[in-house]
Design a protein around this ligand. Structure first.
Ligand SMILES: *[C@@H]1O[C@H](CO)[C@@H](O)[C@H](O)[C@H]1NC(C)=O
Length: 235
């Protein structure tokens, strides 16, 4: 319904008069969380989504600059404006011969899309997802610009750039705080007895320590063979 202007104006005046009586104590705003809390923390305790806009008072609060920040992902902490919307985003480049080390996101499904280059992905879905030989199914894809894959929350996955040029990607995730777990590193953080049992006693003592020491701590590694093929020096 559209009201003529002459009706709207008096109503608005009345509303303002009621909301701000001269005797009122200073208004306690619903968003007045202690100022020493981070912006993200204050956004999390805001009473409503509308109140969150008072904490994000500048238009710049709604911009995340991947180039300037040097951070390849915007989550609730790096980009507070995401708070309350259950999503996050990553924009980055997988260097020539680069491999994202085997990982999973404990709280988010990832949509991974390529804008340039070529990326091979491998993903291990949850248990009981079997192939035609009744073995654990492993889903492999080869992505080129304009193509996308999905890594369901909790699935182990890795992305490899097998080519000599960088591959640019973007990724949307279904949580503000998607999180990352490094499968090999974390598995080998267990005690030796548990590891020996887990691997059917095929590995013990010094071998466990050797494997533990060999697992790269980095989330991104460079594939040796590929570097040689491309004539790239390992930095
Ligand atoms: C890949 O992204 C970088 C910035 O991260 C950009 O400089 C470059 O032009 C992009 N490459 C292609 C082919 O789009």
């Amino acid at each position: 319904m559209i009201l003529p202007k002459s009706i709207i104006v008096p109503v608005a005046v009345v509303a303002l008069t009621v909301a701000t009586p001269a005797s009122a104590a200073p208004q306690s705003m619903p968003t007045s969380a202690p100022a020493d809390l981070s912006k993200t923390a204050r956004l999390q305790v805001a009473d409503t989504a509308v109140d969150r806009y008072q904490i994000l008072s500048k238009d710049e609060d709604f911009v995340f600059d991947f180039g300037k920040s040097g951070i390849p992902f915007a989550n609730r902490k790096t980009f507070p404006a995401l708070t309350g919307y259950g999503t996050s985003f990553s924009l980055g480049s997988l260097p020539a011969c680069g491999m994202a080390f085997l990982h999973l996101h404990p709280r988010a499904t990832e949509l991974f899309a390529l804008t340039s280059g070529h990326v091979h992905t491998e993903m291990v879905p949850e248990g009981n997802v079997l192939d035609s030989n009744k073995k654990q199914r492993v889903i492999q894809t080869d992505l080129y610009p304009g193509m996308m894959t999905i890594f369901p929350a909790g699935s182990f996955h890795t992305q490899v750039n097998p080519d000599c040029e960088p591959a640019n990607f973007s990724a949307a995730l279904t949580a503000e705080d998607f999180g990352i777990s490094m499968v090999a590193d974390q598995t080998f953080s267990l005690t030796d007895d548990i590891i020996a049992g887990t691997f059917g006693q095929s590995i013990a003592g010094e071998d466990i320590e050797r494997v533990r020491g060999a697992i790269p701590g980095a989330t991104l590694i460079r594939v040796e063979e590929c570097l040689k093929k491309c004539g790239i020096q390992k930095r």
